[in-house]
Design a protein around this ligand. Structure first.
Ligand SMILES: [Fe+2]
Ligand SMILES: [Fe+2]
Length: 457
């Protein structure tokens, strides 16, 4: 059985992030430096290997000849580090020590531009006392560690079979995650927001989803690596863009809506981790602090001349209810923009359908029930527009149909029960080759059309 090193990639990425924010001896950095070697040993025992090699090819992480799509999205800091070191991957020996990990994170957080060549990078690692992490030459080099190991054939074969569409989506997601992560990390450290970057990436998303949302929605379901805020914000932005498109909003408004989604929770960067990550219920005082994130987010954005009014309004008003409840306390004369009301719907829908360690994801059907029962919470028009655009089976959802075939939703249908599905496996459950994948509109006027049997979560 193949073991996925996803958790290890997440730890490495978090280590780099935390070291960017905190000094080397900080307990948060130390905790990751200590847990990585332990997790590595248990991973190697389970997988029966002596060392872990993570390849990096064109900003994508590779393990055992396969691209790690999810980890590549959240682990862009690691692949960027590899690029700066002019290497094609990292080989972690089982005996790697916590001190070496701290040095590794420190180097990754300090390095700001590419080194001249690999030899310089190797010397730098030795200088820092890092002996149990080796740098591989780049992929094209015959000395590449992936090429020397026992999975060389598999490695070459898989990488040649690159899926362009999926890779383009992956880069898009990688940049969106990085934009939100940098905005949050930067705000924590008191830096000004990079609004230009958020705008640029939002523009790419609006462009990249012209053909549909299936590919990208599939990719963003990867669990969040750190705060449950980064992936959440990217998904809220995607949902808002999807709904905005169904309303035929012009490109500039769509871009602003997307940006507002990406940055709506930026105020959480100022909430102490003890409250943000508290596993149990927050007490009254903690909740009061947590709720300040909406006001703080609006203030952060207002401090930036290039932030749009919609982004400010989105951050400020995404927890306000239609009946005037919620937070922050708003004066009676204050109205809410329709798109802010839409962001509130996207925010709640995402939070309830998301994968979290402490709760199962709810199905969209269950989420709509909860939302409708919460009288006065949502603007009925915003909720209606959302349900029509997203449906019971959002694009990217995997379905089993009543005839036994399986596929992925490409778009919502006029009837929320009947989406358009790309069939990917036959009635016997055999996966079809890509050229035999075909779209079925379950809402079409044809006889013998199957219905949805099950939503695979
Ligand atoms: Fe929020
Ligand atoms: Fe949110």
């Amino acid at each position: 059985m193949k073991h996925d090193p996803d958790e290890l990639v997440i730890l490495l990425t978090r280590g780099i992030s935390q070291r960017k924010m905190y000094f080397a001896e900080h307990p948060k950095v130390a905790a990751i430096s200590h847990s990585f070697p332990k997790e590595l040993v248990s991973f190697l025992e389970q997988s029966g290997s002596k060392s872990l090699f993570l390849g990096v090819v064109d900003r994508k992480l590779v393990y055992h000849g396969t691209y790690l799509i999810g980890p590549s999205i959240v682990g862009s800091k690691l692949s960027e580090f590899a690029e700066f070191l002019r290497c094609g991957g990292f080989l972690f020996q089982s005996v790697v020590h916590a001190d070496e990990m701290t040095q590794f994170f420190t180097l990754a957080s300090e390095i700001a531009e590419p080194l001249a060549h690999l030899a310089e990078a190797r010397a730098l690692l030795r200088e820092r006392g890092i002996r149990n992490i080796e740098l591989s030459p780049v992929y094209e080099d015959p000395e590449h560690f992936g090429g020397l190991s026992d999975f060389a054939g598999e490695f070459n074969g898989e990488l040649a079979d690159d899926n362009d569409g999926q890779m383009a989506g992956m880069f898009l997601c990688q940049n969106l995650y990085d934009t939100v992560d940098t905005a949050h990390t930067g705000s924590t450290m008191g830096y000004s927001l990079d609004i230009d970057r958020a705008r640029e990436e939002s523009g790419k998303l609006v462009d990249g989803t012209r053909e549909g949302f299936m590919d990208i929605m599939q990719l963003v379901h990867y669990p969040d690596f750190d705060t449950y805020t980064v992936g959440h914000s990217v998904r809220v932005a995607l949902l808002a863009t999807l709904v905005g498109k169904s309303m035929n909003l012009n490109d500039e408004t769509l871009l602003e809506l997307c940006m507002a989604g990406l940055l709506h929770d930026v105020g959480k960067s100022q909430i102490p981790d003890e409250i943000l990550f508290k596993p149990g219920r927050l007490d009254v005082e903690e909740r009061d602090i947590m709720e300040t994130h909406a006001r703080i987010g609006a203030e952060i954005l207002m401090g930036h001349e290039k932030a749009s009014m919609l982004a400010v309004a989105g951050a400020w008003g995404h927890h306000l209810r239609s009946d005037g409840g919620g937070y922050p306390k708003a004066p009676e004369w204050a109205g809410r923009h329709f798109l802010t009301q839409l962001l509130q719907v996207c925010d709640v829908f995402e939070a309830l359908t998301a994968i979290r360690p402490y709760k199962p994801p709810f199905s969209p059907r269950r989420v709509y029930e909860i939302m409708v029962q919460d009288e006065g919470a949502f603007d009925p028009t915003a909720l209606g527009v959302f349900v029509r655009a997203v449906g019971l089976y959002p694009p990217g959802s995997r379905l089993v149909l009543t005839d036994g075939t399986r596929g992925i939703v490409t778009a919502a249908g006029n009837d929320p029960e009947k989406p358009v599905v790309l069939i990917q496996s036959d009635r016997e459950g055999n996966e079809l080759p890509a050229e035999m994948h075909h779209e079925v509109d379950l809402d079409a006027e044809a006889e013998d059309l199957p219905a949805v049997e099950e939503l695979l979560m």
